[in-house]
Design a protein around this ligand. Structure first.
Ligand code: HEM
Length: 224
């Protein structure tokens, strides 16, 4: 007869004695990329102002040290967060079957949204930045409004399927991640603090999701 010990049930850790550090780095990179995502969605919402969108895109492209900012605040954080996040997801132990509490569902949904985001971000970057799927699914910073509108109008499955799902997964993962991140950093210790921060994160979800869908609808309605 074999007896399971605590060691057998322990999920393998990555990084040995640096595990804690790597875990905190995962949290901080998620928060940094989340900050970028909020700006990204709000800038995209200016598509509702028509030509005002190009003005905002120009401001971003005129920023000094742009490649450094992009690598420091966008690419490196999301690359690390994704690689370590895949490991966390593969070694996680969802338990909603036994314990159907709201927070257990959030734990599972954070991982499901992460999986969707992996494919969505890959598609988004390869299509818009690296033009993998042809000129109609690419982005030209000098002709921002037209290219975004063409992107949404030429491919209905992208406008009505890929983007709404991608935006929903992004905004949920962002808001729920910010809620969990406050616990990670010891900012919300009491249940009261977690509830109040939960309200703020819910508002963050509504605002970012609203901004994303407004941008999408404005791009679809654009005439050119
Ligand atoms: C829109 C892009 C993303 C943003 C804004 C984001 C942000 C965050 C934040 C703020 C957290 C909370 C960290 C904490 O608990 O301290 C988090 C958690 C997590 N993220 Fe992301 N993330 C994104 C994409 C991804 C991707 C692509 C993956 C993996 C494929 C991923 C996997 C995870 C996992 C597994 C957790 C839960 C970690 C835990 O429970 O300890 N994330 N994310």
């Amino acid at each position: 007869m074999s007896i399971a010990t605590a060691t057998d049930l322990t999920v393998p850790t990555l990084g040995g004695r640096y595990h804690f550090l790597l875990r905190r780095l995962h949290s901080v990179t998620g928060i940094v990329f989340g900050g970028y995502l909020i700006v990204h969605l709000l800038v995209n919402a200016t598509i509702t102002q028509g030509s005002g969108y190009q003005v905002q895109v120009n401001k971003i492209h005129d920023l000094p040290f742009l490649p450094g900012l992009e690598w420091g605040l966008i690419y490196l954080p999301i690359i690390y967060h994704t690689i370590y996040g895949i490991w966390i997801s593969l070694t996680g132990q969802p338990n909603v079957v036994n314990y159907r509490y709201g927070k257990n569902w959030m734990y599972l949904l954070q991982r499901i949204s992460a999986a969707i985001l992996f494919f969505f971000i890959l598609f988004h970057v390869l299509a818009l930045k690296y033009k993998w799927f042809g000129p109609n699914l690419s982005f030209d910073a000098h002709d921002a409004l037209q290219t975004v509108a063409r992107h949404m109008q030429e491919y209905k499955f992208v406008a009505y399927g890929v983007y709404p799902i991608g935006i929903l997964a992004s905004c949920f993962h962002l808001a729920n991640g910010f809620w969990a991140g406050a616990i990670t950093w010891g900012l919300t210790v009491s249940t009261g603090a977690q509830r109040r921060w939960g309200v703020v994160c819910l508002i963050l979800f509504i605002v970012t999701f609203g901004a994303g869908i407004a941008a999408l609808m404005a791009a679809m309605a654009q005439r050119f």
